[in-house]
Write a protein that binds this ligand. Sequence first.
Ligand SMILES: Nc1ncnc2c1ncn2[C@@H]1O[C@H](COP(=O)(O)OP(=O)(O)OP(=O)(O)O)[C@@H](O)[C@H]1O
Length: 246
Amino acid sequence: MAMQADRSGIGESQAVLRISDLSKSYIMGEVQVDALKQVSLDFYAGELAVLLGASGSGKSTLLNIIGGLDTPTSGKLFFHGREITAATEAELTAYRRRSIGFVFQFYNLISSLSALENVQLVTEIAENPMKADEALRLVGLGDRLNHFPAQLSGGEQQRVAIARAVAKRPELLLCDEPTGALDFQTGKLVLDVIENVNRELGTTTLVITHNASIAGMADRVVRLRSGEVSEDRRNLTRVSPSELVW
Ligand SMILES: Nc1ncnc2c1ncn2[C@@H]1O[C@H](COP(=O)(O)OP(=O)(O)OP(=O)(O)O)[C@@H](O)[C@H]1O
């Protein structure tokens, strides 16, 4: 197990995620696109971090690598000191299954299954899950258990997706533009649910957005520009999503 010198001043043991010199390049014919250029970041237990950046700045690439959905061209990723970038396929599958909850812009619910059944798909194979109805109550959908996706609003569908992501009690919740398809008020409700999950369950949470106004709800704001970290700052206080304006 490789460990590195502590760059943060915060104890090594507290870094849930350590990202070290991560680069990702795509070769498109004659052209090389450098989506990430030597990104180094540590994330700590219970943090709620917002990743900001313009379209194409590398946010999704970074989140997908953190979540074990993609691999870097070079550099290393550690989860509790274990090198994910050196993991076998089976270890990577176990990492994704046990430790990561994903929420995407589009909810990816199964239309022929109720809200409860969509969440049960995960709780039936997880090791120490919440009850599916408990997860749905956590996101404020206790009265929508038997609704099908088509009978739910966009914001409610996204909350089912969040319930599905957190029902297995992942250590990391990764959200890629979770409000991208939602209007302002509904988006704030969804952010409120994400904030609540982070606070109630202590889940380390990373939220990608191109909307800088959302940064106020975070403990930590990381900005990417052209594949590089251009800013990494902490908010002194977190603003409740209901108070955000954009
Ligand atoms: N599979 C791929 N093949 C080639 N280039 C890619 C691929 N995926 C991403 N890229 C390029 O890598 C760069 C970073 O893309 P990425 O999706 O990470 O950006 P992003 O910040 O998430 O953007 P957006 O906000 O638009 O989703 C972009 O220039 C993109 O065109």
